[in-house]
Design a protein around this ligand. Structure first.
Ligand SMILES: Nc1ncnc2c1ncn2[C@@H]1O[C@H](COP(=O)(O)OP(=O)(O)OP(=O)(O)O)[C@@H](O)[C@H]1O
Length: 628
């Protein structure tokens, strides 16, 4: 038996636990659980996406992914618990404690006690009741090296796989890096590695400094590469660790297309680095003098905003099973990093900006800025200076210090031009020139600055229509539409059920809310003119209305929504609801009748029917069993 397990058994014995005892799997009371989730909100927020990704790797292996707090109490669990006996299912649910004190030797508790990644397999568990499990756990530390939680994969011991531990470790590292980046609002963050291709990967070191250059913290790999302990690093500065004054680092970023920093660590080892400046408010110059906003600073500020707001979303999180969307994601995946402009079409609220952000996050430019500009919301008179920037003195008045503009702010990253159809005609030629020449000339400046951006545009207009009406330049259209994708409106999506579940989980911060069959059916009939924006708002309010009742029913729906459904039934053509009600049909019968009618209308094609009704094919098969 490994030493670590042996010492854990001794500790378990000293806690007075008996190997044959029945473990106590009673979870925390609901209020205490809500409090626990609240206390661990940051950890929870950053861990959930990594848990979902991890779960994708082990799906169908009879394993669960578990997140606990620093004391081993489960905060969130995810996955298939079918492998557990009914009585044990509760054991891996939120609110149950897995500390060594309560369950004896187990991966979660022992990882906390030993502060290291731990595998506990089958009879290595102290309690016999847990011998059927195999568990791999890795502690998650915050930016000060303090363990704040544990990530664990637990499953039937017969499903043991030797790669699981490595996956858990990597995912825990990912969460630590996310937590690290979220911990400093006013700081310089340096991402570094001896090999440039490792920057932006899990292997990179990350170190944070105050804007003046004093050391704040480093992540696990950062400490390893620097070869110093956390406490020894406290007396260091950016310059003493990397042989470059912060002012020189900023000079480097003042060039239009800065490459990686070439640094020499205090140990003599050469590393490459990319620095970001994260500032809470408007960006200021750093190096002691009052220089105006620098491109590096703006670049970094944008990156910080992205980092904080949406760093977690990637294309795979958007793929929830709708075939139209899946096609979009497949197409987009093929052009990632290929410098092909993407044009996203779709009604309002279908997630065009979210898709653009996900494309950016999955692209090789993810470490660069993501800059979104809504061409419809900026007054026509301002859009030119917003986009192209202006020199000192180009305007008289308060903002005379100059601005680099959104295009240059996106340098090295992605520029997202939303509502491109509303771009003023006169500016379209200027934008086209920038795209062709890859140079920007700020207003009032005779100097052109090279720029390197990936372009994603979105529109809910028919651009060809606008070209025909003389409102949009044809040459710009052909420059923008390298890849054109169309996001389906919500009423055409077949994954509505999953989408609803996902939004409920996000909006209730991992709570267990569901919608009743009736509500789901109603959702499937709705036209959703506001798409995701409307659905999200509706569910957010419904959660509040439902409160302690975890199932959202019709009574939790706002009246205007119910009225709307009556006025705009999306799919009841051919089914006479009045007659059915008069005949005393219940909802299930009506639903059945709607599906059968729709099947008839689609010549018996289940996929087309599912698409039309906004449900999955499985739902159709489930509701009309004779189709099988
Ligand atoms: N797949 C999704 N799951 C959950 N929420 C989503 C999804 N897609 C979009 N949303 C949410 O819906 C809202 C609208 O999304 P977004 O701004 O990306 O849409 P849009 O198509 O760009 O809208 P508009 O055309 O009005 O600018 C946002 O709050 C976003 O977070």
């Amino acid at each position: 038996m490994p030493v670590i397990i042996e010492s854990s058994h001794q500790r378990s014995l000293s806690y007075g636990l008996c190997p044959g005892a029945r473990p106590d799997f009673s979870p925390l009371a609901r209020n205490d659980l809500s409090m626990l989730i609240e206390q661990n909100r940051l950890l929870h927020t950053h861990a959930v996406p990594a848990m979902e990704t991890l779960y994708q790797q082990i799906i169908n292996t009879h394993n669960m992914v578990i997140l606990t707090d620093a004391k081993g109490v489960i905060v969130h669990s995810l996955g298939d618990d079918d492998f557990l006996e009914k009585a044990s299912r509760v054991a891996l649910q939120p609110g149950v404690a897995w500390s060594e004190e309560s369950k004896g030797t187990n991966a979660i508790g022992t990882a906390i006690a030993e502060q290291t990644a731990t595998l506990v397999h089958a009879d290595q568990h102290y309690l016999q009741a847990n011998h059927f499990l195999t568990c791999s756990a890795a502690p998650i530390s915050d930016h000060q090296g303090k363990v704040v939680g544990v990530l664990d994969v637990s499953g039937d011991q017969r499903s043991f796989h030797k790669h699981t531990m490595a996956l858990v470790r990597m995912s825990a590292l990912m969460i630590e890096n996310q937590l690290f980046s979220a911990s400093f609002e006013d700081s310089i963050t340096l991402h570094f590695h001896a090999r440039p291709e490792f920057i932006g990967t899990l292997m990179e070191g990350i170190a944070s400094f105050t804007p003046g250059g004093r050391f704040l913290s480093a992540n696990r790999n950062g400490l390893f590469q620097l070869g110093l302990s956390f406490s020894a690093l406290q007396s260091h500065t950016f310059s003493s660790l990397f042989g470059m004054p912060v002012s020189a680092m900023f000079d480097h970023y003042r060039t239009a297309a800065p490459g990686l920093l070439n640094l020499c660590m205090h140990s003599g080892v050469r590393v490459y680095g990319r620095a970001l400046l994260l500032l809470r408010n408007e960006v200021q110059a750093l190096s002691g003098n009052n220089e105006r906003t620098s491109s590096a600073a703006t670049h970094a500020s944008q990156a910080a905003q992205v980092a904080n707001a949406r760093r977690l979303s990637g294309l795979r999180y958007l793929n929830t099973g709708d075939p139209q969307l899946e096609q979009v994601i497949n197409k987009v995946n093929k052009v990632l990093g290929r410098d092909i402009p993407i044009l996203v079409m779709g009604e309002t609220g279908t997630g065009k900006e979210l898709l653009a952000q996900a494309i950016h996050n999955d692209s090789p430019r993810a470490m660069g800025p993501f800059v979104a500009v809504n061409c419809a919301s900026i007054p026509e008179t301002l859009i030119e200076s917003e986009l192209f920037g202006y020199e000192d003195g180009a305007f008289t008045g308060a903002r005379k210090k100059g601005s680099i503009g959104k295009i240059l702010a996106a340098n090295g990253g992605t520029l997202f031009l939303d509502e491109i159809g509303d771009m003023p005609f006169g500016l379209q030629a200027r934008l086209l020139r920038v795209l062709q020449e890859r140079m920007v000339t700020p207003l009032g400046s005779g100097k052109s600055i090279p720029v390197n951006v990936e372009l994603i545009c979105a529109t809910n207009h028919n651009l060809r229509d606008r070209i025909a009406r003389g409102l949009f330049r044809e040459d710009l259209y052909y420059r923008l539409n390298g890849l054109v994708v169309k996001l389906p409106p919500l009423r055409e999506r077949t994954d509505l059920e999953i989408v609803v579940k996902k939004i409920l989980a996000t909006e209730s911060n991992g709570g267990r809310y569901t919608v009743s069959e009736e509500v789901l059916f109603m959702f499937m009939r709705h036209k959703w003119p506001g798409n995701f924006r409307q659905l999200t708002n509706l569910l957010r309010t419904a959660i509040i209305m439902a409160g302690d009742e975890y199932e959202i029913g019709l009574r939790h729906m706002p009246d205007d929504f119910l009225d709307d459904i009556d006025m705009h039934p999306a799919v009841d053509k051919g089914v006479n609801a009045d007659k059915m009600i008069a005949a005393g049909a219940n909802l299930e019968e009506m639903e059945h009748s709607v599906i059968v009618k729709s099947l008839e209308a689609h010549g018996g094609n289940v996929s087309a029917t599912a698409r039309a009704l906004g449900v999955s094919r499985n739902t159709i098969y489930r509701k009309v069993p004779h189709l099988k």
